[in-house]
Design a protein around this ligand. Structure first.
Ligand SMILES: [Zn+2]
Length: 202
């Protein structure tokens, strides 16, 4: 029941090469590989210059389109540039996912308008994450996902501990509370959304 994404992370952008790209491409027809990712921009760690990260990000969005897979985006302190790159390159018919989203509703809506889905991690349960909570509350239900990001970002009430995949239930509970739905309804909707974007069947 395990599936994988494969991609070259932005904190490693400087070591991207044709050889790496060939290695990634060689895995893309594996039925267990369901997306290109994590790809994106990380200006927090800034291991490589912006221009290098942007180039590697663009190349891999291109691969996702060429091989007809969705892509999963990691972005940190780089939301505006991330938006500009995705808009410029364009989202393929399989769409893409903003992983562990931590921006505003307004920005999330712009990504949704480009054809992206928005994925929420434990961050949505954090007391001060009001922006993220508003996004989780108001985005269309058919455009949101939940995720673990384990071992990081454990949700309240497990915040600060090593995260576990099972704790994703607290993310679901929080979104249900925000939207006035039952946890079962949010679990069902996000499950269906994940199956749809990754091209999996029940
Ligand atoms: Zn990430």
């Amino acid at each position: 029941q395990l599936y994988s994404t494969i991609g070259w992370h932005p904190t490693e952008a400087g070591s991207y090469s044709q050889e790496i790209e060939d290695m990634i491409v060689s895995q893309l027809d594996n039925p267990k590989v369901v997306a290109l990712g994590e790809i994106g921009l990380d200006y927090y760690w800034m291991e490589d210059p912006k221009e290098v990260q942007i180039e590697v990000f663009k190349r891999q969005i291109g691969l996702s389109k060429k091989y007809n897979l969705p892509f999963v985006v990691h972005t940190r302190d780089a939301l505006e540039d991330t938006y500009d790159v995705i808009k410029e390159v364009g989202v393929g018919p399989r769409g893409g996912i903003m992983h562990s989203y931590s921006g505003s509703l307004e920005m999330a809506q712009k990504f949704v308008d480009l054809g992206m889905m928005i994925s929420f991690s434990g961050v949505v349960t954090f007391k001060k994450a009001l922006d993220v909570q508003e996004a989780a509350q108001k985005l269309p239900l058919d455009r949101i996902l939940v995720e673990t990001d384990a071992p990081y970002l454990a949700p309240v009430p497990k915040r600060g501990r090593e995260n576990r995949t099972g704790y994703t239930r607290y993310v679901v509970d929080k979104i249900a509370e925000l939207r006035g739905l039952t946890s079962e309804e949010v679990a069902r909707a996000t499950y269906d959304n994940a199956m749809r974007i990754f091209g999996l069947n029940d």
